[in-house]
Design a protein around this ligand. Structure first.
Ligand code: BGC
Length: 762
């Protein structure tokens, strides 16, 4: 084989560099030329992003949108879908406005477009970066075929608080995994060439720290130390920026007492100066107007604050549109500030190729052939089955046999509306496969399936209504609770096994759906108890958008499969796993607490000066624990079972000393010791034993998802370099420090084999 000689590639690299440089200069020239021609009104117009569709999440909605586009008062539109409509609107911009500047069309394409994948929290539990990237790629292809050129995704907010409804939209509690997923999604949306007609701009959100709102209440105050920010919350945003995310969305919350939307340290010093971000910043929905309620002054003051802090585009609120001229007259804003914002927005449009062809995303044929195709649906089915987490499987109740009678019971069993989960505004809701339909399809003709709803979602009809948004039907059953229960018990009596499809509805989580009680709703708990009391085997198919309190169910129910909200092909994918056509391999990316009082509970916490040391978790006075509950959660980070079993053995390091410029290899032998072929997510954690600041008890630093046939043993090797040992110290320098490091390798964060090594530095 020929040796790789970098010198041979030098001319090619130089040519590529020259082309990129020439392109950049061309962009600058075109943008500058255009800027010279623009009036102040037209400049301000580019900073304006009105909403044009039906999805309204804030207090405001825009009017006169078409008129404003014609007058050059609009830079992009939010929430408009369908290629025909978008073509029409783009036409107004490029044929009727004076300077013919094309519009951006942004939408929340969060976990798929019409073909919908599992909610992001579910995607993360697949721990499969290629798969996740492909979901984003497919979402971009479908959205771009329908006219969309900008998605408000990925959402990379780390959260340790399952009360917060938006944990469903993120990737859980870990920065290392979260950063990998952030990169994979940006790559998926933007591809390697934004000028292609199937790649779209991504927008990393919500910058920053939105997932750390006090008490898990949405939009609430955030307050944390810089060192925690840098080590435990900021890395996924940074990773998305490094992956080239074209835009960043400012979050609703405050940081250090200044709302993110008006926070210059955040949007300019950190994002642009430290991280080198060159794209544009957009507010969240009416983020500027909300600064009035935060107490930052009136609309003019808030708009000036936002622009001076580094915001470029104003989503829906029209603060920039209506107050910027006055702020310039009053000397509150400088013209250069506006020019910079306009430059960034125009550059994004140029990078997308919209100046070459404003209709490049408006090909009606693509819309007919590339959206919700059989191929995409098949992929969605595969992804969904890869995201499911088997939490319990006593006496190998699962997989189900393809004989006998199965009673399917529960308010989530026969509902298409809830399968796609939250933030799926473009989903083909009526074509989603409900669980009942899926199980009938997959079970085969030797299985008899009976069905009863068993209960409504909640006892409280008002609460059920609140947990419904975006056109999802409530479908509340008017029969009494007792009638519903009795019907379920009747069919259960005829069954060999009961499958209970219960949990949260799609909008029980998501934006503005925080909960103080994160248990399964009481009426469904009562239904479950009654089903268990029949003495028949019960499988709980759990729908949820957040870690739930499952203390009771983890003890009483023999088998629990957590399916999240699986997307368009939900019913088929769940059944694939239930019958063992797919062996589950998902692993939790957020801790499941014992009760809400334990929250926040997360695996990578600090040790404290008085840690609880006994392994059984027994209470000890004057140590850091509770008198009424263990410290351990019900299910730890990284946890998830399979129909097979895996054994870990012979953990070894290539050297117990690591020098600054070396890396060491950590190897473990993993054997599939059960009766099924299966996939295992092998996880590696590290603890920095002594530091100049306190370090977490362990931190994820590597994982590999491996497929092992039954009986197969494979050595799995991780390489650790000094980069993996770095952290932000007291002065916020990113450093590694010499000394001992413990390595933990295992099947979840709590069940590991351990070894150690020392880092030597000059
Ligand atoms: C949400 C964002 C979303 C935006 C536009 C807001 O309410 O916080 O995540 O991208 O609406 O739909």
């Amino acid at each position: 084989m020929k040796k790789f000689r970098p010198i041979h590639y030098l001319p090619i690299l130089l040519i590529c560099f020259a082309i990129t440089k020439a392109q950049t200069q061309e962009t600058i020239l075109i943008v500058e030329e255009l800027l010279k021609k623009m009036t102040l009104d037209e400049k301000i117009g580019q900073l304006n992003l009105p909403g044009a569709g039906d999805v309204i999440t804030g207090q405001a909605k825009n009017s006169n949108v078409a008129e404003n586009i014609e007058a050059g008062r609009v830079g992009g539109l939010l929430n408009i879908t369908s290629v025909e409509k978008i073509r029409e609107v783009q036409k107004i911009a490029v044929e009727k406005s004076r300077l013919k500047i094309p519009l951006l069309f942004g939408l929340d394409v969060i976990h798929g477009y019409r073909t919908t994948f599992p909610i992001p929290l579910g995607l993360s539990t697949s721990w499969d970066m290629k798969l996740i990237e492909k979901t984003a790629r497919m979402a971009a292809t479908e959205a771009s075929a329908d006219g969309i050129n900008w998605t408000f995704s990925p959402m990379v907010d780390i959260s340790r608080d399952p009360r917060w409804g938006r944990v469903s939209e993120g990737s859980g509690e870990d920065v290392y995994l979260g950063s990998k997923i952030a990169k994979a999604m940006v790559r998926g949306y933007q591809g390697d060439d934004l000028t292609k007609s199937n790649t779209i701009l991504s927008c990393v959100k919500h910058f920053a720290l939105y997932g750390a709102s006090e008490a898990g209440r949405d939009y609430n105050t955030v307050d944390m130390s810089r060192i925690r920010m840098y080590n435990e919350y900021l890395p996924p945003y940074k990773a998305a920026v490094e992956a080239g995310a074209g835009t960043v969305m400012a979050s609703f919350n405050e940081i250090d007492g200044v709302p993110a939307t008006g926070n210059k340290w955040l949007l300019t010093d950190l994002l642009r100066k430290q991280w080198g971000f060159e794209g544009f910043v957009v507010t969240d929905y009416t983020g500027i107007n909300e600064m009035i309620e935060h107490g930052m002054g009136d609309l003019q003051m808030s708009s000036a604050l936002a622009l001076n802090a580094g915001v470029d585009m104003d989503m829906v609120g029209e603060g920039f549109l209506t107050t910027t001229k006055k702020s310039i007259e009053d000397g509150k804003i400088k013209m250069t500030q506006i020019d910079n914002a306009v430059r960034r927005i125009l550059k994004a449009k140029y990078d997308l190729g919209l100046f070459d062809d404003p209709y490049k995303y408006c090909d009606v044929n693509r819309a007919k052939t590339e959206i919700f195709t059989n191929e995409n649906r098949l992929f969605a089915r595969e992804v969904a089955s890869q995201s499911m987490v088997l939490l319990k499987n006593e006496n190998q109740l699962l997989p189900l046999k393809r004989t006998g009678t199965i009673a399917v019971v529960g308010p989530l069993a026969n509902t298409k509306e809830n399968m796609a989960g939250t933030w799926s505004v473009a989903t083909e809701q009526n074509r989603s496969i409900a669980f009942l339909e899926g199980i009938k399809n997959v079970a085969g003709d030797k299985v008899k399936i009976l069905y009863a709803k068993g209960s409504n979602l909640t006892y409280d009809a008002e609460l059920e209504k609140r947990a419904t948004m975006f056109g999802k039907e409530i479908n509340r059953d008017n029969r009494s609770d007792l009638e519903l229960l009795n019907e379920a018990l009747e069919i259960a009596s005829e069954a060999d096994v009961i499958v209970a499809a219960i949990g949260e509805s799609a909008e029980f989580n998501g934006e503005s759906s925080s909960r103080t009680n994160i248990e399964i709703p009481q009426v469904q708990k009562d239904l479950l108890k009654a089903l268990l009391n029949t003495g028949k085997p019960v499988v709980l198919v759990l729908f949820t958008g957040r870690p739930l309190v499952l203390k009771e169910e983890s003890k009483t129910v023999p088998a629990i499969l957590n399916v999240w909200f699986p997307g368009s092909e939900a019913g088929l994918a769940i059944s694939d796993v239930l019958f063992g056509d797919v062996n589950p391999s998902g692993k939790l990316t957020a801790t499941f607490p014992q009760n809400v009082g334990q929250v926040p509970v997360f695996y990578n916490h600090k040790n404290t000066g008085r840690p609880l040391k006994n392994k059984e978790g027994k209470f000890e006075k004057f140590t850091s624990n509770y008198i009424d509950e263990r410290n351990e959660p019900v299910y730890p980070f990284g946890y998830g079972l399979s129909y097979t079993t895996f054994n870990y053995d012979n953990l070894r390091v290539s050297s117990d000393i690591m020098n600054e410029n070396d890396s060491i290899a950590v190897t473990v032998d993993v054997t599939n010791t059960g009766n099924y072929d299966g996939k295992e997510v092998v996880q590696l954690y590290i603890r920095d034993v002594v530091g100049t600041v306190t370090r977490p008890v362990k931190e994820l630093k590597g994982f590999q998802k491996v497929a092992l046939n039954k009986g197969e043993t494979r050595p799995i090797t991780f390489f650790i370099s000094i980069e993996d040992l770095k952290f932000y110290n007291y002065d916020l320098d990113f450093v590694s420090e010499p000394g001992e490091f413990v390595i933990f390798v295992g099947t979840n964060s709590d069940d590991t084999h351990n070894t150690s090594f020392s880092l030597k530095m000059e």
